[in-house]
Design a protein around this ligand. Structure first.
Ligand SMILES: [Ca+2]
Ligand SMILES: [Ca+2]
Length: 306
């Protein structure tokens, strides 16, 4: 107990010296694109379906999305372009700009190549270099890679499955067809376990669907605006124990925690990162746990969380 008091005193002293930096953290967020003529919006929704943020883009038409290393990429159909989009600043970075084509509706990523269908199925590297095209018939409204095959949404309300291992040959695996949750689905994204899509209903709010590989809806959310095109999920960018939200875990985080618990200081950002021992409370036992991790090789923050 004496050691603990000394430790707390040390932290209280340090807390006067260390000023916490604060970058904005976000929780798990659903990304959703919607288009109305020349206006397009990208929404960020919390998992309860409420709107966290959105950005309006004039003269853009955001269609299918892809999430690579937890960063948002989207196909833009008013030009044959793919952008990387910073969801905190809404800055756009051009990734693919192929003026031999007219529009991009769909987007998939197999770990190396982006896939976009227009006229043919086109492949690009992440630096924008085109690496071949495969002949394809039909309009594609969304594409996704599930780790093995290329999947796409056509005009027929189903998701088709393609073996592209012999690229540029595309072999359809008809036995894998998935009936989509709605005949108006647009966009397709795979989160490692489930597919995601949105519903394009003009003048009425459709749904964002998360569904399994048999087509069963696992979860759905009412769209915040119409006309929907695509949906995906960006994972929370905070780390348990990173109480000052600077990306690393060290004594400064313990200082923030101590100052919050004992001196009414600024709370951890977001609050739950302070519950490092996962007992749903934020109290002195979290400080002890965090200190033990930093200085004594104890278990890492949230090691025991379910
Ligand atoms: Ca930190
Ligand atoms: Ca706790």
């Amino acid at each position: 107990m004496r050691l603990l008091r000394q430790t707390l005193f040390l932290f209280a002293t340090l807390s006067a010296l260390v000023s916490a930096t604060s970058a904005a953290s976000y929780e798990d967020l659903i990304v959703y694109t919607a288009n109305q003529e020349w206006l397009s919006r990208i929404y960020l929704l919390r998992l309860d379906g409420s709107v966290y943020d959105y950005q309006e883009f004039e003269f853009y038409r955001w269609c299918d999305v892809e999430i690579i290393d937890n960063e948002l990429y989207a196909a833009e159909a008013y030009a044959p372009r793919v952008y990387r989009i910073d969801i905190e600043t809404w800055e756009l970075e051009l990734v693919v700009d192929d003026w031999t084509l007219y529009y991009f509706y769909d987007l998939a990523f197999d770990g190396e190549h982006l896939y976009v269908e227009e006229w043919d199925y086109n492949r690009y590297l992440l630096d924008g270099t085109k690496v071949g095209a495969a002949s394809y018939d039909g309009t594609v409204y969304g594409s996704a890679w599930n780790g093995e095959y290329l999947w796409n949404v056509g005009e027929d309300g189903v998701a088709h499955c393609w073996d592209v291992s012999g690229w540029p040959d595309m072999i359809e695996l008809a036995e894998n067809v998935i009936t989509l949750p709605s005949t108006a689905c647009r966009g397709l994204w795979f989160d490692g376990e489930h597919f995601w899509t949105a519903e394009a209903t003009d003048g009425a709010l459709g749904y964002i669907y998360k569904f399994d590989q048999q087509g069963q809806v696992v979860e759905q959310w009412r769209e915040p605006a119409y006309i929907g095109w695509a949906a995906g999920l960006i994972e929370a960018d905070y780390r348990c124990g990173d109480c000052d939200d600077n990306g690393s875990i060290n004594i400064a985080d313990a200082v923030v925690l101590v100052a919050y618990i004992f001196a009414g200081g600024t709370p951890p950002t977001p609050l739950e990162v302070g519950d490092v021992n996962c007992d749903t409370l934020i109290d002195v036992s979290d400080v002890v746990y965090l200190v033990s991790y930093i200085f004594a090789g104890g278990p890492p923050p949230c090691a025991t969380c379910g």
